[in-house]
Design a protein around this ligand. Structure first.
Ligand code: R5P
Length: 311
């Protein structure tokens, strides 16, 4: 591919290598180091003048990941890249996306402003926490769905014996779309109330779950409480086997133990966030999303439709 450059910071180093393998291009060399006080120092080690530059970097904690992305965009801009696309497989700071309480930030809007100020011309991301975040940008945003990656894996299961479950009301559209694409299979939802951040409390189940195999669909797993508590309540209501599909696996705190103990057969995620060895557990299946990202990058570069990937 002509004049395309793909590089990353440290949060998505392995994913970038895989994307490059898929595309048959060499990753662009970048040096990321630190000053003595811990400040990040970046240098792009190749000429990228006039090139179509894709910077792959998920922005999960620590905030250094976001900072590296901003510094890489700035470096690419000052090195005269023709176009800079921030490829953010996991878009962090997305959960505060509206002013729903006094004195709270709209973090997702702030991050959008930062990316644009740094010089990004486009954003490519995956399963954004909420669709309205696209509207926080005044540059094009392509929001991919990991569904085709899950579908390939789930192809071995008979989807007709499953019901898709949204673990909260906010995820209903995502779960509905998932159920539709699996062949219009039934949908149920958990009406969850959260008394404080990172505390999940389950209330009511809407829809038929008794003796059904269930596929809980969510964008991310952080502490694991949402899906673990949800699975427990679903079991009490007579559910059959329970599987979980979530695009982004953060696995904070004791998520691993919670999910191991929960009545869940499999937790299926993608590699938008690298999963450190100590966060892995026996039920976990990590699917590779690099092929989908590579295809989207190729389409952006060649200026052809991305939505066709999801029909
Ligand atoms: C909520 O709006 C999200 O879609 C996830 O359900 C939630 O953030 C997962 O968090 P945790 O794993 O900590 O319950």
């Amino acid at each position: 591919m002509d004049r395309i450059k793909i590089l990353s910071g440290r949060s998505s180093w392995e994913l970038k290598e895989k994307i490059c393998e898929n595309l048959g291009v060499e990753p662009t060399k970048v040096e990321v180091s630190r000053f003595a006080d811990g400040e990040i120092r970046i240098q792009i080690k190749e000429n990228i003048r006039g090139c179509d530059v894709f910077i792959v970097q998920s922005t999960h904690p620590p905030a250094d990941n976001l900072m590296e992305l901003l510094l890489l965009i700035d470096a690419a801009l000052r090195a005269s890249a023709k176009r800079i696309t921030a490829v953010i497989p996991y878009f962090g700071y997305a959960r505060q996306d509206r002013k729903d309480a006094p004195r709270v930030p709209i973090s997702a809007k702030l991050v959008a402003n930062l990316l644009q100020s740094a010089g990004a011309h486009r954003v490519l991301t995956c399963d954004l926490h909420s669709d309205q975040i696209q509207g926080f940008f005044d540059i094009p945003v392509d929001n991919l769905y990991a569904f085709p990656v899950f579908k390939e894996y789930l192809g071995n299961l008979p989807p007709e014996s499953f019901t898709v479950v949204s673990p909260d009301v906010g995820g209903t559209n995502r779960a509905r779309a998932f159920a539709k694409r699996l062949g219009n299979i039934p949908l149920a939802l958990i009406d969850k109330r959260r008394p404080s951040p990172n505390m999940a409390e389950v209330m009511n189940i809407i829809g038929e779950v008794e003796r059904r195999n269930l596929l809980i669909v969510d964008d991310l797993i952080d502490t694991g409480k949402t899906v673990a508590n949800g699975a427990r309540v679903l079991k009490e209501k007579g559910a059959g086997s329970i599987w979980v599909c979530a695009t982004h696996g953060l696995f904070s705190a004791n998520a691993k133990e919670l999910l191991e103990e929960a009545p869940i057969e499999k937790v299926i995620i993608t590699n938008t966030i690298p999963i450190l060895p100590h966060k892995k557990f026996s039920k976990l299946e990590v699917l590779d999303i690099s092929g989908l990202l590579a295809e989207a990058i190729k389409r952006i570069h060649e200026e052809v439709s991305i939505s066709e990937l999801f029909v």
